[in-house]
Design a protein around this ligand. Sequence first.
Ligand SMILES: Nc1ncnc2c1ncn2[C@@H]1O[C@H](COP(=O)(O)OP(=O)(O)O[C@H]2O[C@H](CO)[C@@H](O)[C@H](O)[C@H]2O)[C@@H](O)[C@H]1O
Length: 486
Amino acid sequence: MNILSVTAEIFPLVKTGGLADVAGSLPKALKAHGIHTRSLVPGYPGVMQGLRDASPITEYDCLFGERAALLAGRADGLELFVLDAPAFFDRPGAPYTDKYGHEYADNWKRFAALSCVASQIARGLLPNWQPDVIHAHDWHSALSLVYLKYSGDNGVPRVLTVHNLAFQGQFPAHCFPELGLPNEAYSIDALEYYGDVGYLKGGLQAADAITVVSPTYAREIMSPAFGMGLEGVMNARHADVIGIVNGIDTEVWDPSSDCNIENHYSARTPLRRLPNRQALLNLFGLQNVCGPVFASVNRLTWQKGMDLLAEVADEIVKGGGALVVIGQGDPEIERAFLELSRRFPQRIGVKIGYDERLAHKIHAGADAMLVPSRFEPCGLTQLYALRYGCVPVVARTGGLSETIIDANDAALHAHVATGIQFSPIDAHELRHALRRTFKLYRRRREWEGLRRQGMKTDCSWHRSAARYAELYGELLSPDIRLAGSA
Ligand SMILES: Nc1ncnc2c1ncn2[C@@H]1O[C@H](COP(=O)(O)OP(=O)(O)O[C@H]2O[C@H](CO)[C@@H](O)[C@H](O)[C@H]2O)[C@@H](O)[C@H]1O
């Protein structure tokens, strides 16, 4: 079976968050199910530099006003189609924003171009390769399903994965005539969204199946509190929505061979982990502490609850622990953490920025990973933490509630606990979760049990890749296709 995956990010070539990790690792996992994935990505500088054996497929003199070429090639075990459109993607800033952090004004056009090319591939642009299913990720490529639907449905099933409903690709209505879609596509059943154009909304309406990245999030987004304005659409598409928890790339995230850390270890050799803790404290210039070293590797945003963490971080100092933070985002939250590191220079270390290597060192050295998200479709940081023996302390929401087993008495007694959960998600309960962590950390046997159990947890794609394979198979079965289009 052939899958065309369409994504704006793919690890290790271009990454701003979890989308890249999933888009990069799922194709590898699907191979075990006899599924061959080729991913269409924008030709950002990082992609063009990493691309090997590139060969041209077709050229465009005027793709949304710009010259472009579609290339096929490989990089890091991935099979890629690359939309080489320098006017759109060869820019010095981040994938969606300029160097000042402002969204590019032509994002609507950049990702419409990517999506338009995706739909052409699905319609048979290549003489020797035809996808059986098109699988788009998030708003950036959601329009590919709309293009495909309105170009005369060719029977290729359309799957959309929503990694985070908060990002929707909403643009002014005056963009619509330039998208090259028929007028009927600007309707409430398609792209029209509160008088604007909604790329994610259009994709949700055009998809045959919608996946979100955990079953809990699939339930949560049916309500206004999590639906972000799309709860009506999600409810209308309820029968076609499924939640599939993300897996992780267990080769990239493997403490027994990770080239980013100095001291390799495994669940069987936990003592070998200890020098990584000291190395981490040294790296951030922190003193050794008797209590746990807490960490956070996260966007510094309201979604991630990082304002809550800044508010209660003094509890960590009071309790005799330390805190290391790496992240970037909301300037006010960045300032709050920098202020904390000035107030407690020996106990709280903060790095504003994005650093993949440092993220690995933090997972390998810290004792507890804090993930106090207000909502979290799945979350990957807590999965990396489990694998690295860093006990996750998480808010009970979305995928966090499904992937971590709270260390309550029964779970501890049954030796199944893997972390600590808290709810409701506010500063008071986060403070309480920190106190619970301190207590457990002092009960060394229980703490080591938690850590060990976490490291034994299967966070790989094993089960979830099988779910995707099953979904693709169902969509290709004629009976189910008929039922779906009724
Ligand atoms: N400063 C920094 N330096 C280095 N690495 C950093 C970093 N800040 C974050 N990261 C890394 O970026 C990734 C973040 O992934 P998450 O899944 O935790 O959240 P994100 O909101 O990006 O993803 C969305 O999509 C994913 C994938 O489906 C869902 O799991 C999630 O819930 C949803 O919000 C992780 O690999 C993390 O280690």
